[in-house]
Design a protein around this ligand. Structure first.
Ligand code: HEC
Length: 105
């Protein structure tokens, strides 16, 4: 009986650690995030960074350093847009930005 439960625990361990290591925002759709970003976000950022919106994410003193600060910044910017995004849009945006720029784990 003891051996059996040990086998069960050993068999389940990789599943648990895979879930723990899963990328943040993995439920977001990167392609979807990319198109929302082009449509709603890039213009304002580009107007502040010499027509290159990507610089806001690659500048040396960029603000976002953690998973939660990325979510927070997206919510803040969404508020400037009049909160017209759905929560799942924010998730798609986070997945896209994290995949392309931040690489937060
Ligand atoms: C009306 C203008 C405006 C719009 C629209 C806008 N942003 Fe921003 N965004 C800013 C400004 C200004 C900053 C820089 C804030 C700072 O440095 O304090 C910023 C910063 C950010 C950052 C942090 C960059 C860093 O320094 O790491 C993220 C992430 C971000 N925006 C995401 C978005 C997303 C996603 C959208 C579209 C839903 C969006 N923004 C739309 C103005 C805007």
């Amino acid at each position: 009986m003891k051996t059996l439960s040990l086998i069960v625990i050993l068999a389940a361990a990789p599943l648990l650690s895979a879930a723990a290591l899963a990328a943040p925002f993995e439920k977001g759709n990167i392609q979807e995030g990319k198109s929302i970003h082009e449509e709603k976000c890039n213009g304002c950022h580009a107007s502040k960074f010499n027509d290159d919106g990507s610089k806001i994410y690659t500048r040396a003193d960029r603000r976002v350093k953690t998973v939660s600060s990325l979510s927070q910044m997206i919510t803040t910017c969404n508020a400037m847009l009049g909160n017209n995004l759905f929560p799942e849009d924010e998730l798609h945006l986070a997945a896209y930005l994290n995949n392309k720029y931040y690489k937060l784990k």
